[in-house]
Design a protein around this ligand. Sequence first.
Ligand SMILES: [Zn+2]
Ligand SMILES: [Zn+2]
Length: 293
Amino acid sequence: MLGTGAAFPDPDRAQSGILVTLNNGATYLFDCGAGTTHNMVRANTNPADVTAVFLTHLHHDHICDFPLFAITGWMWDRKMPPIVLGPKGTKNFCNHLFEGGAFDADFRARGDYPLRQKNLNAIRPDVREVSPGLAYEDENVKIYCDYVEHIPREISECYGIRFEAEGKVIAFSGDTKPCENMIKLAMDVDILFHECTFPESFIEFRRLSGVGTHAHTSPRELGEIAAKAKVKKLVATHFGHFESTNQVIKNAAKNHMPVNEMGPHVMDEVVKDIKNNYDGPLQIAYDLLRIDI
Ligand SMILES: [Zn+2]
Ligand SMILES: [Zn+2]
């Protein structure tokens, strides 16, 4: 788990990112929120070695680190362009980053070195906008995806993922409220990685405050999903800063959350509520958590 937080810069959690490493060393990345590239290096993986990145949707906490990830791969001698899978709009996002984009000065300055010219293709991502079904396949993996329900689709399609490799299957929800498509993607998987952004007690506050999306999955709903999909293990992630003790976050969150109720104890409520509906193995994710399947 490279990042297990949500939209705020949280000192205790990087934004969304999951790295999958196969036995043969092939690596795949789901989401690339702020802090995930640093944590990838902490986890002893070179960004240049990641074959493909799947961006589940275009909220900043899922794509913020992509420029750093891509430029690092280029500097660290990536041979092939990174494959980028994502919703409609991913091409537009990537096309405005490097050559002629926001990082054009970096592209031209760094590209001045003969060594960097040798692997210029590393900074020209191979972007493939996906549609529901089989999104990607190589000799190692099959990645299926389908729409989940989080942002109005005309603003950004949001995808959930089912990933098959080496006889094992995992699923990742991206961000979503409970939906049938996600249950289908997660059916019988070895591990379901699912968002669990806000506890039950914070959701009503957010609804009344009118701030922020509430198209997320609550712990009770997550338990129901995991039970319906008969997952062999559940990993809850994408936590919306409700356990933070950081004063800057607490001050900033006062319109979004009942700040007096924030703190590490809230995670106990989350666990209890998930277990209310799901009695299988449960892991609460934290940054740099490694799970062997
Ligand atoms: Zn998010
Ligand atoms: Zn989102």
